[in-house]
Design a protein around this ligand. Sequence first.
Ligand code: GLU
Length: 494
Amino acid sequence: MTNNVLPARVRFAPSPTGHVHLGSARTALYNYLLAKRTGGQFILRIEDTDTKRFVQGAEEELIEGLKWLGITWDEGPDVGGPYGPYRQSQRIEIYKKYAQELVESGHAFYCFCTPEHLTKVREDQQKRKLPPHYDGTCRNLSKEDAETRIKNGEKYVIRFKTPKEGTTTVHDHIRGDITVENSTLDDYILVKSDGFALYHLAAMVDDHLMKITHVIRGSEWLPTFPLHSLLYRAFGWEEPVFLHLSIFLKPSGKGKMSKRDAAEASKDGYSTFISELKELGYLPEAVDNWIALMGWSYDDHTEFFTMKDLVEKFSIDHLNPSPAAINFTKFDHFNGLHIRALTAEDLAERIEPFFTKAGHTTSRDVLIKIAPLLKERLATLDDAVEMAGFFFKDSVTPCVEDLIQKGLTREQTLRIAQETEKVLISKSAVQITVVEPPMRELVEKLGFSVGQVFGVLRVAVTGQRVSPPLFESMEIIGREKVLERVKKAIELLS
Ligand code: GLU
């Protein structure tokens, strides 16, 4: 069961408690890839039993984010499936039944300890420098005692009766065997006093009932992993393969990503939240590629992967437990690679909303023409607006300082502009083949450098010192507008 061959049934089981970050997206991606790779199923399960942490809109954001990344599910709350419901808040009765079963088989017990008692126990343990753990008061209550107290209306939780002696060995596919002293494990709460099951019970029951073969999840679950295996054993169920992914470190590599680091990232125009990456001009393909390689590798040199490549090449045997530092420079690099892999039509379609948002009225035809000019130069899609906004302006007003190229006086610049205008007027089109040769002749004639002469023309026509290739751009802008802009530059310089 540990290989990539059998159809895997895997799940992504988020709690709708906030924004979806890169870490969750990677967990979802790996699960999805294993399902696709093996011809299995990928299940979306919403773990929404913690009503206190519930965030309005989080589930919608999650679904939108996954879809944007190209991650789709075979079973889930919206599409249904043979093992539903896929929302834990609709499965409360199921967990109750299984908790009951554990109590009856002696693997769990009712605990009536009051919060006051538990606080006192904890304070006591703190004083004695002991790790906090349940003191065992109700562990051995008789069945009759417990039933009477329940009848009398006493509040209770259900705890797992963790073995106190010996060790427990659990197996993680990425990390190997992990052995813990049972004395270090707590009698964890499985069902709270409000009757709601906690993750430990609910997720194990669901994974079993939903026939999950591989549990791929975050490493925050490593400390309670022994409990999870013990639960499977208590029920007598076959355990799935467990995989705990590497953690993400902040870009400096020092420590885990925190809220502060996320805020820092956003100051630099980056984000760790999936919902913001689209707006920032990242392609979902690049996000998938980047996060796939934060904890997995195919070989020691291949870096460009489409989703199709990932599905073909992914293997849980090449997952890596080492923490991965979030490297935004790499992210830009991947974004660039994927932008360059787009067709002109596709790139045009993706940059269009950025122009619209910036207030430009665009035309798809023009966007398709400028896409090839921009392709090599874009790190993010929104860069297109700054680079190519001049295509959609009726007029541009360059700064005189920008028009005057390095080493030129204002008078010399004016002369270049006037001579350029003459050349352009003498030609009936601004096609590169028509205007580039006479412009090069002009450079010779005037005795300035190509950079100086073309620089004046570039700033006049685009309003910018940096632009896509000059003559190709002029061709798209059209003769009339080019002439207007050169004329305006002459006026500004005069
Ligand atoms: N609801 C858990 C979380 O969001 C799921 C963990 C798991 O994948 O089992 O962390």
